[in-house]
Design a protein around this ligand. Structure first.
Ligand SMILES: [Zn+2]
Length: 424
């Protein structure tokens, strides 16, 4: 048996991806020896610090194990000609090409979910439980998985059917027809997510009148940002971790504060967290991110059109014929190196946005230190790793490490303390 160029390429990419993750994880473990960072000494005691290190170690171990398992099973499936077997089996039902394609992709997605299930179960009921974060019952956990799969099946199925159909009928225009169609669908989904989808997972209740709401409205009028639709969500049903987020756009926009955030933080801190979210909005981060993902989608669909009918690519996975559904899966694998480059770039952009949002919040709230306080408490209460390795941060962090954020917040409100030209 000879190994083709495509096979070498994808094999090396997958093993490379696994190794890069494993090595960065190892570096992250070794970076933990350092003591409690200066910025955190007033908030984190020695015991919490060592617990946070154990937590990071446990999670990293699970992540590595899960990645290794996934890679091993995938290579086994590939080498045993699993893709061709699945394709032949589905074709015995004589379904239409689009439906066969959906069944093909759907069975791989469901198999992937089922194989990941033991790891996410262990993550939730053993690790999160051990550190006191898990509030989810087995019933909620299972229902979440089922609901998630149903939504994925429904909406993913619609996108898949549309893309397959357009690639069947639109010839060389297919990629941009599909691009327009998927973009419209994506925008529609963004619009309906807060009102139609999220309530299946979280219950939203308007924030009751009182001191907190008044403080939020006061901030809203002083910062010139209309805040309507402030909700409290029952994050505590699943996890003890606190959070806040903005979702949707237009009149469907919502600000959601986790009940856990409200319980554990004082009013000034909650307003500061909210101000950070407003900062994302003022800097148009949500819009920019949306534009970027639409451009990304266009590039991917263009490349997809180039590779989907490539007989050598199909043959690399043991397929006897080229199909749209096989092409989609194999194209995804072929893009592994590109994703390995794009993902750190997106994370870097995201961290930059977080700094900008912090900066906005620090400059618009009455007491900038309340933001630093909120971040310190959030970081302590989620047992976040205080000394992540820079390479691990580059590869995985969508938010900057908390110590960097605190330093940046303090520098933002005391600009004279920072020499010019040293800011980033
Ligand atoms: Zn943010």
């Amino acid at each position: 048996m000879t190994v083709t160029l495509y096979q070498w390429f994808i094999l090396i990419a997958l093993i490379g991806e696994f190794s890069v993750n494993a090595i960065s994880g190892l570096l992250n473990l070794r970076a933990m020896k350092a003591g409690i960072p200066e910025e955190m000494r007033d908030t984190v005691d020695h015991e919490t610090y060592t617990t946070a290190q154990r937590y990071a170690r446990d999670r990293l171990r699970l992540e590595n194990l899960s990645n290794l398992f996934e890679l091993g099973l995938f290579l086994l499936f590939w080498s045993l000609g699993g893709f061709a077997v699945l394709d032949r089996f589905i074709s015995t039902f004589a379904l239409s090409p689009v439906v066969s394609g959906m069944v093909f992709v759907g069975s791989l997605v469901i198999a992937g979910h089922l194989l990941q299930l033991p790891f996410s179960y262990y993550g939730t009921f053993v690790i999160e439980e051990r550190y006191g974060f898990n509030r989810s019952t087995r019933r909620t956990f299972l229902l979440d998985r089922i609901k998630g799969l149903l939504f994925l099946g429904l909406f993913g199925g619609m996108v898949l059917a549309g893309v397959f159909q357009l690639f069947r009928v639109s010839g060389s225009d297919a990629w941009w027809h599909a691009w327009m169609a998927v973009t419209l669908f994506f925008l529609f989904m963004q619009y309906i997510t807060p009102t139609w989808i999220m309530p299946w997972f979280l219950s939203f209740e308007p924030l009751p009148d009182g001191e907190l709401k008044e403080a939020i409205l006061r901030y809203s009028s002083s910062s010139g940002y209309p805040l309507s639709g402030i909700y409290q969500v029952d994050g505590s049903r699943r996890s003890g971790k606190a959070n806040a987020f903005f979702t949707g756009f237009g009149k469907n926009r919502r600000v959601a504060l986790f009940d856990t955030l409200i319980q554990k933080h004082d009013t000034a801190e909650i307003v500061a967290v909210l101000a950070h979210e407003v900062g994302h909005f003022k800097h148009r981060h949500i819009l920019k991110r949306m534009v970027l993902s639409i451009v990304h989608l266009g590039v991917l669909l263009f490349l997809f059109q180039l590779f989907v009918t490539d007989a050598d690519l199909a043959a690399a996975f043991g397929m006897e014929r080229t199909t749209l559904h096989g092409g989609l899966v194999f194209f995804g694998l072929l893009m592994t190196p590109l994703n390995m480059l794009l993902s750190p770039a997106m994370h870097a952009l995201s961290r930059r946005y977080e700094f900008q949002a912090d900066n906005f919040a620090a400059k618009t709230v009455n007491d900038p230190e309340s933001l630093a306080r909120a971040l310190k408490k959030l970081s302590r209460d989620t047992l976040s790793n205080l000394t992540p390795h820079p390479i691990y941060v580059t590869l995985n962090y969508s938010h900057p490490p908390v110590t960097e954020r605190i330093r940046a917040i303090r520098a933002a409100v005391a600009p004279e303390a920072v020499p010019k030209g040293h800011g980033s």
